[in-house]
Design a protein around this ligand. Structure first.
Ligand SMILES: [Zn+2]
Length: 360
């Protein structure tokens, strides 16, 4: 059942427990051809109460030809088709194993693949991709609540759209059934239906790998000025993995500088010390764009110093991995190791929020 206090403000979404639990996740980018396999596939319209027609086949191929959607050798009179395996069994779509239904629809240029599945099943495909499965159970439970809350918030934001979330690091990493694991399943089951709320709405529950010692405010990290995304201290700075060194060659910076990159200097910092702007050659660049240009995996965070300047480039020394807002995953691990439960971890990283049971 919906929690009525929350349901009152989730107009149109929390009409029934089933509606609240279903997510639509885009699997991969648009593609020209979709291969789908399962057991005794059946297909129907892309609506929750559609009547499905048994196709008496275990595999099919969908293509876009002109403006039409084709199933094997037949043009379909619809823009989208929804398929499932017998007894809601697993399916494989373009190399990804999933549970739930698969929708294939016409996209802007090619075909969009959308996995429609219960929120709790979706979390099984997220949790093992977003946090090491070996982390303490209370850290995994905190991550489960954060991921569930993030997903519901996005669902509200994207309500009525063809899908609510993508499957890459830009949304939450979703790897279908491959990420499923007994420990992550336990963390999801033990927190079933629990979401973090602020004024009865699911919060924007951002999270990141490691903050380096202080989380960043939502405003400074992501331009989201939210009362529960404040900078808080974090124990992760004691971990060796929180500290990194990056060597940057001048030629890497030429495209950023729009010419010869003769210098690299920090121009401004946020109150937590993260870089806001950098001077690259003759050009002043926003630090978030600078990190994007260098690559999120290379320049791991904006908490860095430019420590040396030589002919062959610069050495950056920094702390943390990620944007730094909200829950710090490595910090959660350390807090769990000192006996904090998932509620205390969530209260630490999202101060002032309330944990609510949306459904049981
Ligand atoms: Zn941290």
């Amino acid at each position: 059942m919906c929690n009525m206090r929350v349901a009152a403000l989730m107009v149109g979404v929390c009409v029934t427990a089933h509606a609240a639990e279903t997510m639509r996740i885009a699997v991969g980018p648009e593609v020209g051809e979709v291969s789908l396999s399962g057991k005794a596939l059946s297909c129907g319209d892309d609506v929750d109460d559609a009547e499905f027609v048994a196709l008496q086949q275990d595999a099919l191929v969908l293509r876009k030809k002109g403006q039409a959607l084709w199933l094997d050798d037949a043009a379909l009179p619809v823009e989208a088709i929804r398929c499932r395996s017998a007894n809601d069994g697993p399916m494989r779509v373009n190399g990804v194993n999933v549970q739930g239904d698969v929708v294939v629809m016409r996209g802007k240029a090619q075909l969009v693949v959308v996995n429609v599945l219960p929120l709790e099943s979706y979390l099984q495909g997220v949790l093992g991709s977003e946090m090491p499965k070996t982390f303490p159970i209370e850290a995994l439970k905190a991550q489960a609540v954060a991921a569930r809350t993030y997903a519901l918030n996005k669902k509200l934001e994207q309500y009525g759209q063809p899908f609510h979330l993508g499957s890459s690091v830009i949304s939450q990493v979703y790897k279908g059934l491959e990420a499923d694991d007994p420990r992550t399943r336990e963390a999801i089951d033990q927190t079933r239906g629990q979401v973090l709320t602020w004024q009865l709405q699911p919060i924007e529950a951002y999270f990141h790998a490691s903050c380096g010692g202080h989380t960043e405010s939502g405003l400074d990290a992501l331009g989201r000025d939210l009362p529960y995304l404040k900078s808080v201290p974090c124990p992760c700075s004691k971990l060796a993995t929180s500290h990194w060194t990056l060597k940057v060659a001048p030629k890497e910076l030429h495209p950023v500088a729009g010419g010869k990159a003769s210098g690299l200097q920090v121009q401004g910092r946020s109150p937590t010390g993260r870089v806001r702007r950098v001077q690259v050659g003759a050009r002043s660049v926003d630090a978030v764009s600078f990190r994007e240009r260098l690559g999120y995996m290379r320049l791991k965070s904006l908490d860095f110093e430019v420590t040396s300047e030589a002919k062959d480039g610069w050495v950056l020394k920094g702390h943390g991995f990620g944007h730094g807002a909200g829950l710090c995953q490595w910090g959660s691990r350390l807090l769990a190791d000192t006996g904090k439960d998932y509620r205390a971890i969530l209260e630490h990283y999202y101060p002032g929020t309330e944990l609510q049971v949306l459904y049981e």
